[in-house]
Design a protein around this ligand. Structure first.
Ligand SMILES: [Zn+2]
Length: 271
């Protein structure tokens, strides 16, 4: 599933080609995504220009003078930049055709992605309005997490993966950040001190920033067949390492399902 770093890499990948470009058309081959692409959208977009390419959580926002496109990659979606005449693959559901002779082509085998339109402030859209702060921006801190967690009994791992608390902390990143902060994933969110939340906020930023930085290395290949950013190879400390020795102390990494999600920790380093 594309996580925040992959979405940010996609945003950075399309921005140089889409920003400032006129929209020539929207070619929809399969409107039945998670929510249907509005039937009147191609007519609404024609003649507008892309004024900004932004990201909020895992949504990509393309601003125009009349409204904004809200795009989500879902479970299996990807965007690439190509010429509209480039041979189609199965599951290439729409092309946003630009005045520079290129298009943004959306590919999504499982069709959990979406392309929606709003004429109001996208931040107020029902999908975005209740999202927590961006982990890499001001407003996200240990103090913020500590405040939000006050007297909550939910496990800290589920707490930081809740997009109402903070966006973009997917399962791999939550496992890794909790290890780096030395915090047991099952510990109640409301029973963790401020200094420990400060460490956790820092480690969340570190794992996400490292992944985005690695994604940057795929950008030069964005305009071709292989230009879909995939999972970034990161040196994982605990994720996927059940039974293997902890990189810090040598203790075998423990694996347990927590709220359906694979949860890894070092019984020695995390408490
Ligand atoms: Zn350890």
């Amino acid at each position: 599933m594309p996580e925040l770093p992959e979405v940010e890499t996609t945003r950075r990948g399309i921005e140089p080609y889409a920003l400032g470009q006129g929209i020539v058309g929207l070619v929809v081959r399969e409107p039945r995504l998670r929510w249907p692409i509005p039937e009147d959208l191609p007519g609404k977009l024609r003649g507008l220009s892309v004024l900004a390419v932004r990201r909020r959580g895992k949504y990509i926002l393309l601003d125009t003078a009349a409204g904004a496109l809200i795009l989500h990659l879902g479970m299996s979606g990807s965007l690439r930049v190509c010429e509209p005449g480039h041979p189609l693959k199965k599951h290439d559901h729409f092309d946003l055709v630009l005045a520079n002779g290129l298009c943004l082509r959306f590919h999504d085998p499982r069709r959990f992605g979406c392309l929606l339109w709003t004429e109001a402030d996208p931040a107020a859209h029902p999908l975005l309005a209740s999202l927590g702060p961006e982990p890499l921006e001001a407003g996200f801190s240990g103090a913020y997490l500590h405040r939000q967690a006050a007297s909550r009994g939910v496990a800290v791992k589920a707490f930081v993966m809740d997009s109402h608390v903070v966006v973009g902390v997917g399962n791999i990143y939550a496992n890794e950040a909790l290890f780096m902060a030395g915090i047991l994933p099952t510990r109640a969110a409301g029973r963790i001190s401020l200094p420990r939340y400060e460490r956790l906020a820092g480690s969340i930023r570190t794992v996400l920033a490292a992944s985005i930085e690695q994604g940057g290395t795929t950008l030069r290949d964005f305009v071709n067949e292989a230009g879909n950013p995939g999972y970034f190879q990161q040196t994982l400390r605990v994720y996927g390492r059940a039974g293997e020795p902890c990189r810090a102390c040598g203790t075998a990494i423990h694996l347990e399902r927590l709220g359906q999600r694979a949860t890894y920790w070092c019984p020695q380093c995390q408490r």
